[in-house]
Design a protein around this ligand. Structure first.
Ligand code: ADP
Ligand code: MG
Length: 384
């Protein structure tokens, strides 16, 4: 019966992905940590194939052999990544297509969700030896631009911001809290620095610099846990000629989001200041869960306004955007409750429909002149 359920769920998932578009949901299991091993924790997650996983308290090899099947709750996702999955594979499966779409003037966003210590920052930013999705996406983007630089001149702008304690800050130019404003393109952070980027190396340096500005403070759960949500926005702009020889400006936006820990504030046993932060982090994540619920239930009113995070994610969740969620989980039975919670939300997020994502383009009033083109070409040559 277990197997039948698996098959049925799989076919549902396939059907959904062929009808219209929906948020793609991936789960990444991280390796057991040193401390988790030291205290003798057991693995409570078992990934049985590329898509299916079980959350079970009886997942040891012996139990598995004895029972010949797994007990516990079954989940199926667009992909379930075992702990041996490389950063490159996570990038290729989850984000590479979005980078391609952004180069065609479409919007995309990827967000990592999960408890503190589950592997969100590792997945998004990674380490120098094992760079994560943010870095691999930008590398790939520049490679693709280099390959097709004949069909237009691409300009790449970056901004990196955080939502901490319901305050929005510019990570590339810290110190001034930003105000959110609604304009033609949606919600924007007024005055956010837009860095024009020319190469991957430069971007790496910017990201590292930006990450040092992220608000991180010790909690009892994890000494370097981040209580902030970090959002990297990559805007690609370029001009092409359409069928009637008009010069068209295309803009694609990719948002890469490293969310704060989704655990309950209580679990970290914080004092007054910390519980205020906890409450606010919960407010943003609570608002995110209400938005997900409202979207799944097809409600008319989606409560984006309830938090800074949901205002910023408005186009990613309900707009014309290709959206990917990566749910990060620990294998340890000590994190059973958090993992259950993360998988619950990941399972719900699968049901969110997104609108068809057309290219954002605008016809330029004045056709591009020969001299302009020459100037751009020269600029491009200088860049390379
Ligand atoms: P989060 O950002 O969700 O709080 P981190 O990304 O900081 O969690 O991960 C916690 C720890 O686990 C870090 O030391 C990180 O290097 C390690 N880690 C996470 N995911 C992986 C992975 N897939 N492979 C190896 N180490 C990982
Ligand atoms: Mg983190």
């Amino acid at each position: 019966q277990e197997l039948e359920n698996v098959e049925e769920k799989q076919s549902n998932l396939e059907r959904q992905s062929t009808i219209g578009s929906r948020i793609l949901v991936f789960v990444r299991l991280r390796p057991m940590g040193k401390r988790e091993r030291e205290v003798g924790s057991r693995c409570c997650v078992r990934i049985v194939n590329k898509r299916d996983l079980y959350l079970t308290e009886f997942a040891t090899e012996n139990d598995y052999l004895r029972l010949k099947r797994l007990r516990g709750r079954h989940f199926t996702f667009d992909a379930s990544f075992p702990d041996s999955t490389s950063q490159q594979e996570v990038y290729s499966t989850t984000t590479a297509e979005l980078v391609e779409a952004v180069l065609q003037g479409r919007n995309g966003s990827v967000f990592c969700y999960g408890a503190t210590g589950a592997g969100k920052t590792y997945t998004m930013l990674g380490t120098v030896e094992n760079p994560g999705v943010m870095v691999l996406a930008i590398k790939d983007l520049f490679n693709k631009i280099r390959q097709r630089s004949c069909d237009g001149n691409h300009v790449v702008h970056l901004s990196y911001l955080e939502v901490y304690n319901e305050t929005v800050r510019d990570l590339l130019s810290p110190g001034r809290p930003l105000v959110l404003r609604e304009d033609k393109q949606g919600i924007v952070a007024a005055g956010l620095t837009q860095y024009r980027a020319y190469s991957t190396d430069e971007v790496m340096a910017l990201l590292q610099h930006g990450n040092q500005n992220r608000t991180t403070e010790p909690t009892r759960v994890n000494e370097t846990s981040s209580r902030s949500h970090a959002i990297l926005q990559v805007v690609v702009e370029y001009r092409v000629k359409d069928a009637s020889n008009n010069v068209v400006n295309r803009v694609g936006k990719l948002s890469l989001i490293d969310l704060a820990g989704s655990e309950r504030a209580l679990a970290t046993d914080q004092r007054t200041l910390r519980s205020l932060e906890g409450a606010n982090i919960n407010r943003s994540l609570l608002a995110l869960s209400s938005c997900i619920n409202a979207l799944v239930e097809g409600k008319k009113h989606i409560p984006y306004r309830n938090s800074k995070l949901t205002q910023l994610l408005k186009d990613s969740l309900g707009g014309a955007c290709n959206t990917v969620m990566i749910a990060n989980i620990s294998p340890s039975n000590l994190s059973f409750g958090e993992t259950q919670n993360t998988l619950h939300w990941a399972d719900r997020a699968k049901e969110i429909r997104t609108k068809t994502c057309d290219a954002n383009e605008e016809i330029q009033q004045v056709p591009e002149s020969e001299t302009d083109q020459a100037k751009l070409l020269l600029e491009l040559q200088k860049e390379n």
